[in-house]
Design a protein around this ligand. Structure first.
Ligand code: SAH
Ligand code: SF4
Ligand code: F3S
Length: 445
């Protein structure tokens, strides 16, 4: 038995990939450990989206190099793998900068991980091909025990890659072209998860709503059909999906939110900017009015829907006026939560070469103002839940004895006092108060 330590950075797709890497290694006798010091195999599953994320990898690798040296002094070995989007983007450069690395493996090659580790025993290996075979169909299934271990909620990647080429973004280069997994492959995977106790699935994709997988007859299906089919599966009671692109938010998909009760009324729909001029140079291919129209239709169909988004401040050429348009969009939409970032120029992307880069100080100021507005909206949203009755999916024991912890439809953490409910139950609770990071609630019997 050997121990593997996997650390993921970046998006949920990396979290899912980390599980699939663990599944790929399990037949070779690897078990996961949460302490890096015990590990014979260390995998850093990296993210390249912003400069800071990529830099983190090298500082972590420095620490791992010293650990590997100390282990060697004790006669113990350690193999070091860099996986994920930095691996894909930088390839052999990683070996040059950090000789402690044994294997650099891109996100499309995880099914070859055991074989590559073997090869890397002899000399360092770089595998950043985009292989013709589909990694998902070649990856082994998780065992029922590991499904149970991972809990009652699960991520399932259904679509990968991106053809949209927003001018700031590395994803089309690190994850490759858009690929949708076939309907049956997704359903089979979710059936197994449900049999292992999973009650909630989040379907993942860089552009998940662009999914157009094939059915058994080779017919391409729209995303709402996938949602309908997943909703039919025994045991699956909640469905979420992310990340959606506004351009693929069709009327049929919006309508699915009326027809599928399992779909949670919470939509992550990144808009990045509220300025038409900036949206245009970002190559988002929609206007702010298009975005407002989607939100309006969504709210007409599901009045209880809440929204979250991603924002970038300080994109090249963003004026104070453009930024105020973003603030105005946020005020008009009203979000339950949002992620926001300072624009980070990424090598190889078109926006990195624009000469009207925004000074760091302006980026800092805009980010602070935007985050203050979002924080106020988030607090107001959470506050509005107090006193309401909501369904909670119980995920684990709570912080204090007698408490159970779970999630609201809006992904709010909820602590249920004196709970009778068990893990995997969905219970109606009355929200009694608001803490710093969670809601407090009483179970209704
Ligand atoms: N496919 C999703 C986003 C994937 S990347 C979409 O189209 O919205 C996740 C988020 O990281 C993006 O929404 C964006 O807000 C942010 N991001 C991507 N590239 C960035 C960059 N160069 N600088 C700062 N933020 C960036
Ligand atoms: Fe990146 Fe744009 Fe593709 Fe999203 S849609 S992954 S932001 S290129
Ligand atoms: Fe990062 Fe790659 Fe995800 S760049 S955000 S890990 S797709």
């Amino acid at each position: 038995m050997q121990k593997v330590f996997i650390k993921s950075y970046g998006c949920q797709m990396n979290v899912y990939d980390a599980q699939r890497m663990a599944d790929a290694l399990a037949p070779n006798g690897y078990v996961e450990t949460k302490t890096i010091e015990d590990a014979e195999l260390v995998v850093l599953n990296t993210c390249h989206i912003r400069e800071k994320a990529a830099d983190k990898v090298y500082s972590e690798l420095g620490r791992i190099r010293r650990m590997k040296r100390d282990r060697k002094a004790e006669g113990l070995s350690m193999q070091v793998v860099v996986a994920g989007c930095v691996a894909q983007a930088e390839g052999a450069e990683i070996l040059r900068r950090e000789p402690a690395v044994d294997l650099v493996i891109g996100p499309q090659s995880y099914h070859r991980l055991p074989e590559m580790l073997q090869a890397a025993q002899l000399k360092p290996v770089v595998d950043t091909e985009f292989p013709v075979e589909d990694k998902f169909s070649a990856l082994p299934d998780p065992s029922q025990a590991s499904i149970k271990n991972r809990g009652v909620t699960a991520f399932v990647t259904v679509q990968e890659g991106c053809d949209k080429f927003c001018t700031f973004c590395v994803v089309p280069y690190t994850r490759g072209a858009e690929l949708s997994r076939p309907l049956d492959a997704v359903l089979t995977e979710i059936r197994k998860l449900a049999a292992g106790g999973v009650r909630e699935v989040t379907l993942l994709g860089q552009n998940v709503n662009a999914w157009h997988g094939l059915d058994a007859h080779g017919t391409s299906l729209p995303f709402e059909t996938l949602l309908q089919q997943v909703a039919q599966l025994e045991g699956i009671e909640r469905i979420r999906y992310m990340t959606s692109h506004p351009r693929d938010m069709t009327a049929a998909l919006i309508n699915a939110h009326r027809e599928i009760p399992e779909l949670m009324p919470y939509l992550h729909l990144p808009v990045q900017s509220g300025s038409d001029r900036i949206l245009d140079t970002m190559n988002r291919q929609h206007s702010r009015d298009d975005y407002f129209a989607i939100i309006e239709q969504m709210r007409a169909i599901r009045p209880d829907v809440a929204l979250s988004s991603d924002f970038i401040v300080g994109f090249p050429g963003e004026s104070e006026r453009d930024f105020l348009d973003t603030m105005d969009l946020i005020s008009r939409v009203g979000y339950a939560a949002a992620y926001s970032f300072k624009y980070s120029p990424r090598p190889g992307t078109p926006a990195a070469d624009l000469d009207n880069q925004v000074p760091e100080q302006a980026k800092d100021e805009r980010l602070a103002a935007l985050q203050a507005l979002i924080a106020a909206q988030q607090t107001a949203f959470n506050q509005a839940t107090v006193g309401r009755t909501i369904p909670v999916l119980v995920e684990k024991a709570g912080r204090k004895p007698g408490q159970m912890a779970g999630k609201s439809p809006y992904l709010q953490a909820v602590q249920i006092d004196d709970a009778k409910a068990r893990i995997g139950d969905i219970v109606e609770v009355n929200v009694t108060g608001l803490g710093t990071n969670s809601l407090y609630a009483r179970e209704l019997s």
